[in-house]
Every structure is written in C-alpha cells, then in structure tokens.
Design a binder for this molecule. Structure first.
Ligand SMILES: [Zn+2]
Length: 369
C-alpha cells in the first residue's frame, strides 16, 4: 500500500509538533498516525524513532488495520489472562505490518481502533501534571471535558480501554493515567489544537514551569565521581557512559532526591523507578567496588551532589536525561498543588520483567549476528 502525499505531509506535520519540545516527548516516546480514506490501513511512527525523526523519507511504516483486527479481535485472546493476552497481541501487532526492518509501536492498537483519520499521542508534561496526580481527574474535569483512561499497561489493554471509552463518549481527547495524552482529528491543526488546550490550564493551576533549557558545565566533584566510576567499569571490561545531567535544572541544589519513583512506564525502562541513593563521601571507585558495574541503565543520586546517569551509550544517556527531566519536573509541579500518584509497585515489577526479557532478546540477537 502506497501512502498518499497529503497523508504523509500530515503525518510529518503532527510528528514535528510532538517532537519539537522535550516537554511533549522524551526520547522515542509518543507516536502519530494517519489512516487512508477507506480506514483500512494506517501509517504510524516506527518503534525506536523519535517523533522529530519522522520525515517524508523515513521513521514510519504501514499497518493493515484488517490484519491487525483479525489478530486482535480473536475470542482466543479473551480466554487468556490480561497479561498473556498482552504478550501475544504484541507479536500480532508486529505481524500486521509488511515491513521487516521496522517495528510498529506497541501503542498501534489505539491508533487503529480510534476512527479519526489522525491520531497524536505524546507524553506531555502539561497533561501528566494531572494524570500523575492524586485527584488529577477531578481537578481537570472541573475545567475541561476530556476522557480519563485509568492506568493499564501500554499495548493491547490500553488499545481496548481507549476504544471502549470512545464507544461510550465519542471523545477526541483522552488523558491516560500515569502515561500521557491522545488527541485526534481530521486535520493536523485539529489534533494539535486539542493537545494545546491543556497547556494554559496546567500553567494556571500548577504555576510557572521551571526553566529546563539552561546548560552549564557541572561542578568538578560530581564530574570526577562519574569519571572514576566509568574508569572502574572499564578496567573490568564494561564500557559505559556515566555523567551528570547536562541541564542545570537537574543539578539544582536540593538536599533530598527530587524524584521519588516511577510516574510513567518509560521511567521503568530508564531506571528512574529505582534511583540508587549513594551516601556522601562514597567515591565512584568505592561504589564500584561494593556494587560492581551497572546492569543496563541506572540513575544514581549522590547526597549533596546530584544525579549521575549511567547507560551503555551517550545516546541512551541523553534519552535517560530527557525522561528524568520530565519525571523531576512532574514531582516539582504536582507537589505545589497536591500529591504525586506513582505507578503501582506491581506494575513496576511487571514492566521490569518485560524490560529484562527485552534485554535477554537483545543479547541473544547480538550473539547470533
Ligand atoms: Zn505512550
């Protein structure tokens, strides 16, 4: 199936909007899609791409909605536990695409099952001020009519929840608890305007958003700590990137760690659910001797010094920093007005299991190529 040039332009325009601000999408988070006029086929941002990387030439792929529905609207799935259904459906979403080199997002289900031509989904900090706050639903519903979707694991279950909500209310704005925002429309401007509706409301209720753009060199003490840890890892054959955040906002002087846990699923991917608190006076080399190298991605909080991000590559650490920025800013903003609502521990454990499975698959893949 060939994408029509108007559809492609609209997909790129919406993706540009979602990808131009780190407060809307962090790393490869968020996605966009457009359907053909018959509503039988959709083109969606590919998994692993940033929204800002969706261009006329790359970053998207086609998915047959009929094929997807044949795989997912199957009574066999209804007989399974929710978690088993989620895992089988993930494979079936991938099979609904004819592409072999790109994978459709796990979130393809709600894109396919919402009838509007265009769907825009971001992990907007403006939206998540409400979606990650205890009582956020009530606070927002006093001001704005929007469908509130209680938290479910992204993928098949979320697709079902959004489709059911649409069937009941025919809404075109959905706030996903502990996750983000979906808006839909017939044109990019419709979907974007609905997305923008939340921004002034959040700024009025939560106050001025702190400046997160200023970047200055970190102090020598924390840089030395990161270098010591990195070199200790290297001497044992583990090549890692370890550095303090680049943004001043994430290095502002606080005596207690400014994050208290995972707010959204991506926080679990980037180690923000389990920040290691390192007591003052423990050097990077000392910490390595006690705890060894970091498995995957880890965030450290050094008492009185600040964060250190540890990951396999500079690119991974950049993405970690963007997600940490959203998490810390949400804690900051929400606590001005009320209480933060963290992801339930049971869900964190489930997502950790999914991540380690993905990691095992990646290791297996590298071993065979
Ligand atoms: Zn999402």
């Amino acid at each position: 199936m060939i994408i029509h040039s108007t559809d492609l332009c609209d997909l790129v325009e919406m993706s540009f909007f979602g990808g131009q601000n780190v407060l809307l999408s962090q790393g490869g988070g968020g996605n966009t899609s457009v359907k053909n006029s018959a509503g039988t086929y959709l083109w969606i941002k590919a998994s692993g791409f940033r929204l800002s990387e969706v261009t006329h030439l790359s970053g998207w792929l086609g998915v047959s909605i009929n094929k997807l529905n044949r795989g997912l609207k199957d009574s066999f799935l209804d007989k399974l536990s929710l978690r088993e259904a989620h895992e089988i459906s993930t494979k079936r979403v991938q099979e609904a695409s004819s592409e072999t080199s790109l994978r459709p997002s796990l979130e393809t289900t709600f894109h396919a099952w919402l009838p509007d031509r265009l769907v825009l989904h971001t992990h907007s900090v403006w939206a998540n001020c409400f979606s990650c706050m205890k009582g956020g639903n009530k606070l927002l519903s006093d001001t704005l009519q929007i469908a509130w979707i209680e938290y479910v694991t992204p993928g098949f279950l979320l697709g079902k929840a959004v489709a059911e909500s649409y069937a009941n209310q025919q809404n075109n704005s959905f706030l996903l608890e502990n996750h983000g925002l979906i808006t839909t429309g017939a044109s990019p401007s419709e979907a974007i305007c609905l997305h923008e509706t939340l921004r002034p409301i959040a700024e009025r209720i939560f106050g001025n958003f702190p400046d997160h753009t200023s970047i200055t060199p970190p102090n020598r003490e924390i840089t030395t700590w990161a270098n010591e840890f990195k070199h200790a890892c290297l001497t044992m054959g583990h090549l890692v990137t370890a550095r303090p955040p680049l943004r001043d906002y994430l290095r502002s002087k606080t005596t207690i760690c400014p994050t208290q846990g995972a707010l959204v699923p991506d926080d679990v991917v980037y180690g923000i659910h389990a920040v290691k608190i390192i007591p003052g006076g423990t050097g990077g080399k000392d910490w390595f001797k006690i705890h060894g190298p970091s498995p995957g991605m880890e965030v450290f909080w050094l008492t009185d010094l600040g964060f250190i991000l540890v990951g396999p590559t500079e690119q991974a650490v950049n993405t970690m920093e963007e997600n940490l920025l959203a998490n810390v800013m949400l804690h900051d903003l929400i606590q001005r007005v009320g209480n933060v609502c963290h992801l339930p521990q049971e869900e964190v454990d489930y997502l950790v299991g999914m991540e380690s499975e993905r990691y095992r698959q990646m290791v297996a893949l590298y071993k065979t190529t």
